[in-house]
Write a protein that binds this ligand. Structure first.
Ligand code: ATP
Ligand code: MG
Length: 794
């Protein structure tokens, strides 16, 4: 029985959720379940289960209570095999009995008293048994400290207080800051020996007011003054003709080996690594990453138990650290919000790439999302970066690499916010704000303090070169989430995110938003149950193989808007359409979907239903019949999605239609926007007589063997896929009965991520094959549509 629960049948093979592995076939499955790992985990799980059943959770005793005291007390219910105490604070203990009935007896007793204090005795929390992943000691430690934190914050009286407790538990304490300062001093001394007049400047979470105990020490090695020093030394050498500088350092110095004015970053960092390895006591694990976006030398300090990074050419990061410090100083609500949201995001596996680059949010990007949200509160909690710039005085002007990084140096230059919301409200507002956010079609701009439409970034903006506009000479890398750096305006700080992380972020925001509306969030439990933030920090819901038992599957396929993959001509058209870009993109997607069904999968449009659909559409609008006819089983560009011409007549908007040549671009843009902002849904009815979805892989393999086609992944090539279908159509038997299905397409966005949603309904499926066809379409259709969209106009 136990076995059945752990093994799920997948579309292809099996999945063992105990060992978290996929197994391709039955014989391998038999081997797997008899294997060492599976058997070991079965035993371990049984052992854990027994421990859970035999144990009780005890709290409410005096801090000086010993294990023996507890053991003696609980022995009245049966033999106690172990007492595990929370060593640091003596707030709770787990008492393990030899038998589960002893635990039951202890739980059944209504009152417990020890040394004059009432004890609370509760069942042990039942945790789902999960395979611990390799190398995640850190997450285990976090879990332990989180368990403690949860216990602490349950005692608080409000969510506001809970959030303050989160800060207190995680923030860097004075002694930790001192240790970091000491290391900076030590490095400063050593590096000055080799790079005279250099400066070691800490930045990042150690100093940005959002640091936590284990955070790394980010350091910027500023060599500007050293370059001046070296240049001066050189010119004095030339003047005196001697190979010595004014303070006699250059001959033996490492500086004599390198010319800082011409050396590459990699060369300088190599020297930094050598100095760290050879000259700084306690430093080990020195590693140079010279191919990273920002080349860096990583190191650890053994005794201080610190990990550090040294970068050069990183002045912008030092400045954005000052910006975060300033924001913290402007409004004291920012810190508790950031600490709480960072912890939530870490628990939900949305932020905190384990080592270096990864597909999750980094803490900097997450903090910017919090600040942006606060800029968008009504009234705003924080001003936009442009507003901050205007509050700065002349001496505070700061330009780095041509980017304007001006803002006041002190928070008192910024008038206090009129917003009086408490932390509890602001936190739930954060989740609401991002649960309704259209990430794929908007660009978060802290500089402007509001969202910018993605269409502003689809064309490289020549006019932006003018002084009045911020520089955008190269566009940011667009992705599933677009968060512009407040200073380096062509840098998307969330550019590393993948589709999955963005979706998970959104989903977790929706979950959190729902939870925040419940009483459990807002009110302390009178029964000692977990409440407020505790539930928010629970691990994410399992996203393993979806069980379909008992749940009716929604027949829906989504095609997300992905600006990054669109070809240049299509980007230009979308840019021109402004707010109407969704309608235009919808037309392109529908056209692509139409092509997939008709040309690639050789489905046939159902003639008889056209009239009915046309009538339906006519009810809704007063468009003429010709136009309606094409909104059913014809390419959408020749169909319902049409732009009005100046005379009010409609004309088709074709895929190939290029950017306007009209001089009145603005007027045309407004017209397009009005027409395309709210496009009507599109409906098709298709029929198919062959199982064109079955056995495609093999047919494709055979086709590729013929050598006249270049291999492409499934859905990656119109020609290959059409030929695969053709081959199936020629060889396969016809279905006994015709398969007939309806597809309704609509575009959504604005208050959720922009995407086309296709709803499927089988209207005739006596052969019972539509489910299989739909499975195939779920992955094939979005890929194929993207491939076709990628060719539009190119
Ligand atoms: P932690 O180290 O606790 O994860 P952090 O803020 O120090 O948080 P790091 O990834 O160590 O994050 O980055 C250090 C600093 O570098 C950031 O605080 C920020 O100033 C800058 N930084 C990090 N990532 C980016 C980015 N994508 N774009 C611009 N600056 C960044
Ligand atoms: Mg850091």
């Amino acid at each position: 029985m136990e076995l059945d629960k752990d093994i799920q049948t997948m579309q292809r093979g099996f999945h063992c959720s105990l060992c978290v592995v996929n197994i391709p076939n039955k014989p391998s499955l038999e081997d797997h379940v008899k294997g060492k790992k599976h058997q070991h985990l079965l035993r371990l799980r049984a052992q854990r289960k027994a421990q859970e059943e035999n144990g009780v959770f005890v709290s409410g005793f005096k801090p000086d209570t010993s294990q023996t005291d507890l053991k003696e007390y609980f022995t009245q219910f049966g033999p106690v095999s172990d007492v595990i105490m929370d060593k640091d604070k003596g707030v709770y203990a787990i008492v393990e009995f030899s038998e589960p009935q002893n635990a039951q007896a202890a739980l059944a007793q209504l009152q417990h008293q020890l040394n004059g204090l009432k004890l609370r005795v509760k069942p042990r929390e039942r945790k789902e048994f999960k395979l611990a992943s390799k190398g995640k000691r850190d997450s285990k430690n976090t879990q332990i400290s989180l368990d403690k934190l949860n216990l602490e914050i349950c005692k608080a009286t409000s969510v506001n207080e809970q959030m303050q407790k989160v800060v207190e538990s995680f923030e860097l304490k004075d002694n930790e800051k001192k240790v970091r300062d000491l290391l900076v001093q030590l490095l400063q001394e050593v590096f000055t020996e080799f790079f005279p007049d250099c400066q070691i400047v800490p930045f990042g979470s150690s100093v940005n007011t959002f640091g936590i105990h284990s955070c790394d020490l980010d350091l910027f090695l500023d060599l500007e003054n050293t370059k001046v020093f070296q240049a001066r030394a050189k010119s004095s050498e030339v003047e005196t003709g001697e190979n010595q500088s004014e303070d006699c350092r250059s001959e033996d110095s490492i500086l004599s080996d390198i010319d800082l004015s011409t050396a590459s970053t990699a060369e300088v960092l190599e020297l930094v690594a050598v100095i760290l390895r050879k000259c700084v006591p306690g430093v080990h694990k020195v590693q140079t990453l010279s191919t990273a976006r920002l080349p860096v030398v990583k190191f650890s300090h053994r005794e201080l138990n610190l990990h550090g990074d040294i970068t050069i050419n990183n002045r912008l990061a030092v400045r954005n650290t000052r910006f975060l410090q300033l924001c913290s100083g402007i409004d004291s609500r920012l810190r508790p919000l950031v600490y709480t949201i960072r912890l939530w995001a870490k628990q939900k596996q949305l932020a905190g790439n384990l080592s270096g680059p990864g597909p999750l949010l980094n803490n900097y990007a997450l903090t910017l999302l919090v600040i942006f949200y606060l800029q968008n509160r009504d009234p705003p909690v924080l001003p936009s970066v442009n507003q901050l710039k205007n509050m700065a005085c002349e001496e505070e002007e700061c330009i780095i690499e041509e980017w304007d990084c001006t803002f006041p140096s002190q928070p008192y230059s910024v008038p206090p916010s009129k917003n009086t919301e408490d932390l509890c409200n602001l936190l739930s507002g954060f989740f609401t704000f991002y649960s309704k956010f259209d990430f794929s079609a908007s660009v978060v701009s802290l500089r402007d303090g509001h969202v910018l439409p993605i269409t502003d970034f689809l064309q490289i903006d020549d006019e932006a070169a003018s002084d009045s506009k911020p520089r955008r000479s190269s566009a940011p890398k667009l992705g599933p989430m677009n968060v512009l750096d407040p200073f380096e305006l062509n840098h998307n700080v969330a550019g590393n995110l993948n589709e999955r992380t963005q979706k998970n972020f959104k989903r977790e925001c929706c979950e959190a938003e729902k939870y925040c509306r419940s009483l459990q969030y807002q009110r302390k439990s009178t029964k000692g149950k977990s409440w407020g933030l505790v539930r928010l920090f629970a691990l994410p819901c399992e996203s393993g193989p979806r069980s379909q038992v008992g749940t009716e599957k929604v027949m829906e396929v989504s095609i997300p808007f992905k600006a990054a993959i669109l070809p240049e001509p299509l980007r230009a058209q979308l840019a021109l359409a402004g707010n109407g870009f969704r309608g235009l993109w919808f037309a392109k997607v529908c056209s692509a979907v139409h092509m997939v069904f008709q040309d690639i999968l050789k489905c046939s449009p159902l003639e008889e239903t056209q009239a009915a659909a046309v009538c339906q559409n006519l009810d809704k609008t007063d468009r003429d019949e010709n136009e309606m006819e094409v909104n059913n089983n014809r390419s959408v560009e020749d169909s319902g999605l049409q732009a009005k011409s100046e005379t009010g007549k409609k004309r088709p908007l074709t895929v190939e239609e290029g950017p306007s040549t009209s001089t009145d671009v603005q007027a045309k843009r407004q017209r397009l926007e009005a027409d395309l902002e709210h496009p009507e849904p599109v409906h098709w009815t298709w029929t198919q007589r062959k199982c064109v979805w079955a056995g495609r892989r093999k047919v494709r393999r055979d086709l590729l063997k013929t050598g006249d086609v270049i291999s492409k992944p499934e859905g990656g090539c119109v020609d290959i896929e059409s030929r695969v279908t053709q081959s199936i159509v020629e060889k396969e038997e016809k279905l006994q009965d015709l398969l007939e299905f309806k597809v309704d397409a609509e575009v959504v966005g604005g208050d959720e991520s922009t995407k086309v949603v296709l709803h499927f309904h089988p209207s005739q499926d006596t052969a019972g094959v539509f489910q299989d066809f739909f499975h195939f379409l779920e992955s094939f259709l979005p890929k194929m549509a993207e491939t076709i969209l990628g060719r539009v106009g190119s």
